[in-house]
Each structure stands twice: as C-alpha cells, then as structure tokens.
Write a protein that binds this ligand. Structure first.
Ligand code: PLP
Length: 372
C-alpha cells in the first residue's frame, strides 16, 4: 500500500462495530438458544405485509429497479398528509439504503473542506464517522444528564458549522428533547447550517412534549431535514431502507449524492406495503410500553442504574462489575447485549427490549452474572 495515494480523511475513520450476530455467538459458545438484544431490532419480526410484497417483487429480480422508489415516496406523502395534516408530495422525500446511507449523503453534501458538525456525545457513531470520512470536523458536545444538550450545542455553533445532528430519541441513552428545547436551538442556528433530526426511534415515543421537526419542513425551511426509517418499528433492518423528509430543494440537492439504484425494488415494495401495516407497528409500540416497566422494576431490584427510555432499548450505566465481565458472562449464557465502549461509554451496556420471554431470560442471566 505504501506507494498508493491514500485518502487521509479515510484514515481517521474508526470502523463501525455492530452487535454480534447470533450465529457467531452460537458457534463460539456452543449454544443453540441465543437471544440477541444488541441492535435495537424489532423482536416481533418484519411486517408480514412487507414480507409478502418483497416475495412478490422477487419475480422481477432480473430487472433494474423501476418506479417502486417513486411509488414509495408517493405513498409516504399520502401517509404523512393523512396522519399529520401536512401537504407533502413525493418531492419532499429522498430514500436511502437505510438511514445510514442518508447520513452519508448529508455528510457528503455539507461537510467537505473542514466544515463542522455538532452533535452530543454519546450518540449514534455514524455522525462522527461520516463527518471525518468526507473531510469535516466533528464537534461533539457532552450530554447533560444523559440528555441531548441543545443549549450546549447552540453554544458550540461557529461560522464553520455546517450540520447539527439531533438524535431524538437519542441512541444509546433513549432520551428525547422537547419542542421548546428544539425551538430555542432553532432560534440560534444560522441560515447557513443544516439541522438533521434523526428520528429513527420516533415510533416508540410516548412523551407528549416530543418535538415535531416535521413542522419546520412543512414551513418550507430548507435547512431542516427529518430522518425516519423502516429498520426499527417496521422490523425491516435487513432490507436497508430509510428516508429523509425535507423541502424539494434540499431533496434535489442531496439527490446528487444518491447512488443510482441504491435500493432494490423488493425492498422498496416491502416498505410501501409495510406503511399500511399499522397493526404491526402498534404491536411493537405496545410491547415496549409493557416491557419498559418490567425491565425498570427488574433493574431496580438488582440495584442497577438505568436511564428511562423513549425508545426500544435501555442504557445501563455505572455498572457494579467491569462491562467486559458482564458481557462475557451474558454471552456464555446465550444473551447478546451491546457494550458501549464504541459509543464512548466504557462503563455502560445497552440492552434492546425484546419479547417478554427474551427479557425474562436476560434478567435471569444478568442476575446470575452479577451474583457470581
Ligand atoms: C440513531 C440512529 N440513526 C440511524 C440508524 C441507522 O439505521 P438504518 O438501519 O436505517 O441504517 C440507527 C441504527 O441503529 C440509529 O440508531
């Protein structure tokens, strides 16, 4: 490699470390029954309507994607207009190979030549990773009591600020910011900076104060983009589809960063069908509403400190044993959780809320590990 002209920006990018796959843990520990609570997936599985549409679309797998992307965007517009009283058209939506791909497009579109991105740490690692990848400068601001510190982020704005990422609910803390906090931040953001509201876990929120970033898009503010996807509540993380809601001018601009045929027809048709699957999303919401208190009680009994969540995962902090020992003990007992070292929290573990049976197993195994 020594004679090649490597991209210095790429060399600053740490690898993204995902949750461990079930098959890998089964093989390594000789287990057949392994529960994965590491990647905030939907424990109820994929939307059945989505799966049926995916299978049907496979018959045309030999063709390049056709009009399915436009149809999904039209469906999204109708969906939002009916549910939220907006007046969007398909031109307000841009689709990506997961929200990760949309984050890539935003970073490519705005974070070149040292432009700064502000976000709150700990948060989703891809904000910092993509900032570096495209030659930008990350400006992480510490969180305030596990919440996104919008006031601190406002203080960090400079004339080099290009993108402000607001993860709401935040991964990995599960906390949200309110409409008032967002309004106060927006009052301080210069017209030259883009504000990205990453609402990947939006479907699980039940806090009435939760911000509504969509209103800014509806008002025609080019600088506001809102990200939502199909990986979480719709249970389609493996199909790789997410979307951005923004003004048509912003969509047109970021389309320059879109890779042609970035998502296949089968996935696009699955997403379009899944939008009609309210019962599936509702079942996931209700599961979270039931299981959050179950886990809170269990953690309180074990005298563990946790952050109350608005998402489908819970962050355990200040653990009484080294995270490495807890993680290893859980893996041996067939439970995969996510140690938070990669998120900059070496003393924390994030656990995805599973089915009741999975949560019971997790609590039992955690108790065994802590009692050792
Ligand atoms: C906050 C946040 N944003 C974006 C993503 C990426 O989601 P996708 O599967 O749509 O790429 C995740 C995935 O875990 C996430 O937690």
């Amino acid at each position: 490699m020594k004679d090649l002209h490597l991209n210095p920006d790429l060399l600053t990018v740490p690898a993204y470390v995902g949750g461990r796959p079930i098959e890998e843990v089964q093989a390594e520990y000789g287990l057949s029954d392994v529960v994965k609570l590491a990647s905030n997936e939907n424990p109820l599985g994929p939307s059945p309507l989505g799966v049926a549409a995916f299978q049907e679309a496979l018959k045309s797998a030999h063709r390049y994607p056709g009009i399915a992307d436009k149809q999904l965007r039209q469906k999204l517009a109708a969906h939002y207009n009916a549910r939220f009283g907006t007046s969007f058209t398909e031109r307000n939506f841009l689709t990506g190979n997961g929200l990760s791909d949309i984050l890539r497009m935003i970073a490519l579109g705005f974070l070149h030549a040292g432009g700064e991105s502000i976000y709150c740490n700990p948060t989703f690692p891809l904000y910092g990773i993509f900032t570096r990848m495209f030659g930008g400068t990350p400006v992480p601001v510490p969180h305030a009591d596990y919440r996104y510190n919008l006031r601190g982020m406002g203080d960090a704005i400079t004339d080099r600020t290009r993108v402000i990422f607001v993860c709401n609910p935040n991964n990995p803390t599960g906390t949200t910011v309110s409409r008032d906090e967002v309004a106060a931040l927006m009052a301080r953001v210069p017209a030259s900076a883009v504000v990205v509201f990453d609402e990947s876990y939006y479907d699980f929120v039940d806090d009435p104060q939760y911000s509504n970033a969509l209103e800014y898009v509806q008002e025609g503010r080019d600088q506001v983009v809102c990200l939502r996807g199909f990986s979480k509540a719709y249970g389609m993380a493996n199909l790789r589809i997410g979307y951005m809601i923004a003004t048509p001018d912003m969509v047109d601009y970021l389309a320059h960063a879109q890779i042609s045929f970035n998502t296949g027809d089968a996935t696009l048709r699955a997403a379009t069908a899944a939008l009609d699957d309210r019962p599936h999303v509702e079942a996931a919401r209700q599961l979270m509403a039931r299981e959050r208190p179950f886990l809170y009680d269990a953690f309180a009994e074990l005298e563990l400190k946790f952050v109350p969540t608005q998402a489908n995962f819970i962050l355990l902090v200040d653990l009484p044993l080294p995270v490495q020992a807890i993680n290893e003990g859980l893996l041996r007992r067939g439970v995969i959780v996510r140690p938070m070292g990669g998120f900059g929290m070496p003393d924390a573990i994030r656990v995805t809320i599973g089915t009741h049976a999975e949560n019971v197993k997790f609590v039992e195994m955690l108790k065994q590990v802590l009692d050792q």
